[in-house]
Design a protein around this ligand. Structure first.
Ligand SMILES: [Zn+2]
Length: 257
């Protein structure tokens, strides 16, 4: 009986090694770079994972730019490529009498954790799952927010009703017609046609030429067990955070190549 068991154990070890090599191979072959970061070794790989988790200092990062006061309601940062694209869109909108204002840009892990845990306390009468689901209507678990990537921004107002009449409606109509041409897409659309995850957010726009690359990396390399370090993190797996929330984006964004 010893032999078959030993054989089984050995084959399991070999299989696991192969799987590991295969996953790293995927990373190197399909995601040989992540944005401007070349992934050549395991340290680059760790850095890439930390990046998509927001575990880095964007204020000291050469790839990030502080947004000018004219474009934003407060001090905030965006990936430089994204900001350049935004300025083009901003100018085009301004020519047609539409004023875009960024109200939120890049947020790192700790900033997202502060938002999450403030809401976690706010809903402390709810049971853990309900508590998390309530927050997830509009806010991400730290490590799973697109705002970590410097590619996503919130515009003008954090209220859908603002965009339903008057000036707000003009802004939203303009964005719907023109934003895609500048690389920006609304990712949290109506939850019709089976979109899962966060509620409708008319204010949240994502620069897909970069963000779709980060999402691909995320899907290849991150599992629910990697989501940790804040209150309620242990619910990530049961809540299908990666499948339903990180990938709960509009069809257009899913189909983006
Ligand atoms: Zn947002």
């Amino acid at each position: 009986m010893k032999h078959p068991l030993l054989l089984l154990l050995l084959s399991l070890i070999v299989f696991n090694c192969k799987e590991h090599v295969k996953s790293v191979h995927h990373v190197l072959k399909i995601n040989g770079h992540l944005g401007q970061l070349e992934i050549k070794n395991s340290s680059d790989y760790t850095q890439a994972k930390d990046f998509v988790f927001g575990k880095y200092n964007y204020k000291d990062n050469r790839r990030f730019t502080k947004v000018k006061a004219i474009h934003a309601s407060k001090v905030l940062f965006l990936d430089t490529v994204v900001y350049k694209a935004f300025i083009k869109m901003y100018n085009a909108a301004a020519e047609q009498g539409v004023t875009l204002k960024i109200i939120s840009g890049t947020r790192n892990f700790n900033e997202q954790k502060a938002i999450w845990e403030r809401k976690w306390e706010k809903y402390n009468t709810l049971r853990p799952m309900e508590r998390a689901k309530k927050i997830l209507e509009y806010s991400s678990m730290p490590t799973s927010s697109r705002h970590h990537w410097g590619t996503d921004l919130d515009l003008n107002s954090l209220s859908n009703s603002y965009f339903s009449s008057g000036k707000g409606q003009d802004i939203y109509n303009w964005l719907q017609t023109n934003a895609n041409a500048y690389g920006f897409y609304q990712v949290y659309t109506e939850k019709t046609n089976g979109r899962t995850g966060y509620n409708l957010e008319k204010w949240h726009w994502s620069y897909l030429p970069l963000a779709h690359e980060y999402l691909n990396f995320y899907n290849f390399n991150i599992a629910a067990k990697d989501i940790n370090g804040f209150k309620g993190a242990e619910l990530a797996n049961e809540l299908n955070i990666i499948e339903d929330y990180v990938n709960g984006i509009s069809k257009k964004a899913k189909d983006y190549k």
